[in-house]
Ligand binder design. Structure first.
Ligand SMILES: Cc1cc2nc3c(=O)[nH]c(=O)nc-3n(C[C@H](O)[C@H](O)[C@H](O)COP(=O)(O)OP(=O)(O)OC[C@H]3O[C@@H](n4cnc5c(N)ncnc54)[C@H](O)[C@@H]3O)c2cc1C
Length: 393
């Protein structure tokens, strides 16, 4: 309704990529800035929920995404002794419901291939500041703009978020993180399940089938192992040997698959942040994705949230008489959903990753039965699938 806007997008991760597709389809004039010198994905694999799949479907990308990914029907988590802690099947939420394990490369590639003006993206351009509310300044001191709208999608460790310090309600680094890598799936026994093992709250192992990997044959798995944050910086050969020993003790089926990991550098290291903004928009600047609401990946929702943000922002722009109205509509439409998942991931994380081992006893006894009662099961399934929009309904 507002005609063609000049829009800047800072960051070409999932949020920035999806925003580029939606906004270019509406005819806006885009300038995209990415700090990395070469465009590409970061990390191993992740779980796409039905909410995120819905957004990709709207972009007309379900077919390539489904081809590259691995359908996930069930999430199963247990203690090393075999006590079931988590057992949820997507089909209990709805008969045709499923998640999709994907490599970061698959999602990046599908979104990138769909963006026609990819050659015009300003790569190796780190945006450091915003001048007069509508002009970007990069690290070389160059000015870009002015723009009618600046979409900040620079991720969990956003530099630009700090430009509006009073707008940051919460910005905390979680004490725990994780090591991640891709492993060949070979004859893995659970090709359509996210499987996890929990030993207290200090050790967690995950195995997520993620389908195809760009330029590699066969099917792949994402392996992850929970680690205290400070140990991530010192993950060396000795620490890798120790990790193997712990995996062999806790989950012997997985240990042989780690044979392809020869050096500690093959493991990605991830720290998480808990970020809450008072308002997603400040003047002509709007924050989306992790830049606005980074959370721990315990609920596996971050990519899905980034996709939903981009879709909602584009819809709000298309349906509102002015950019200010659109940004208010965007805030109102995303508020409840985001608040629920931010709070839930903050509450849930210590039950799986913390020094509070005493919580594990309660978790191991209580979570299984909670998942079997119809009422709590329904809530848990909505949380898993990313479809929980309010606390009680
Ligand atoms: C270990 C781990 C596991 C996860 N698992 C899942 C999962 O299973 N399911 C799920 O849905 N989510 C998962 N997530 C969360 C998910 O990865 C994030 O929520 C999602 O990637 C956020 O996308 P984004 O585009 O907001 O940020 P990012 O993907 O971080 O992209 C930000 C981009 O901005 C660029 N950039 C940064 N600063 C600047 C600057 N100043 N100027 C220009 N460019 C800049 C960066 O280089 C990057 O390309 C996981 C996260 C982690 C860490």
């Amino acid at each position: 309704m507002q005609g063609r806007l000049r829009i800047a997008i800072v960051g070409y991760g999932t949020a920035g990529q999806a925003a580029a597709l939606f906004l270019s389809a509406q005819g806006h004039r885009l300038s995209i800035f990415e700090q990395a010198p070469v465009l590409g994905p970061v990390g191993a694999g992740f779980l796409l929920q039905p909410t995120g799949l819905g957004v990709l479907d709207r972009l007309g990308l379900s077919k390539p995404i489904l081809e590259r990914g691995q359908r996930i029907e069930r999430l199963y988590g247990a203690t090393p002794k075999g006590r079931s802690v988590m057992d949820m099947s997507y089909r209990d939420h709805a008969p045709d419901c499923f998640g999709l394990g994907l490599t970061r490369g698959s999602l990046f590639g599908v979104l990138h291939d769909a963006y026609a003006d990819a050659s015009e993206i300003a790569v190796g351009t780190r945006i450091d500041a915003i001048d007069s509310g509508d002009t970007l300044l990069d690290s070389e001191g160059r000015k870009h703009g002015p723009f009618d709208l600046i979409v900040v999608a620079d991720g969990a460790h956003s530099r630009l978020r700090g430009l509006h310090p009073n707008n940051i309600k919460r910005q905390k680094l979680y004490p725990w993180g994780a090591l991640w890598c891709l492993l060949p799936a070979e004859s893995w026994a659970y090709p359509d399940q996210l499987q996890q093992r929990y030993a207290g709250t200090r050790e967690m192992i995950g195995m997520l089938p993620v389908g195809q990997r760009t330029e590699h044959a066969g099917r792949w798995l994402t392996f992850y192992f929970s680690v205290p944050g400070e140990q991530l910086d010192h993950f060396d050969a000795a620490a890798l040997a120790q990790l193997r020993e712990r995996v062999a003790a806790l989950w012997p089926e997985v240990e042989p698959l780690l044979a392809t990991i020869a050096a500690p550098e093959q493991m990605h290291r991830a720290r998480y942040r808990d970020v809450l903004l008072r308002e997603p928009a400040q003047g002509k600047v709007v924050y989306i994705g992790d830049a606005a609401h980074a959370m721990s990946p315990q609920l596996g929702q971050g990519v899905n949230m980034a996709l939903l943000d981009a879709e909602t922002l584009a819809d709000a722009l298309a349906q509102s008489p002015s950019t200010d109205d659109a940004l208010m509509a965007y805030r109102d439409r995303r508020r409840a959903h985001l608040a629920i998942y931010q709070r839930l991931s903050r509450w849930l994380t210590p039950w799986f990753q913390s020094e509070r081992n005493s919580l594990a006893g309660v978790r191991d006894l209580g979570f299984g039965p909670l998942g079997r009662f119809a009422l709590t099961r329904g809530h848990m399934l909505r949380i898993l699938t990313g479809t929980k929009q309010s606390w009680w309904h």
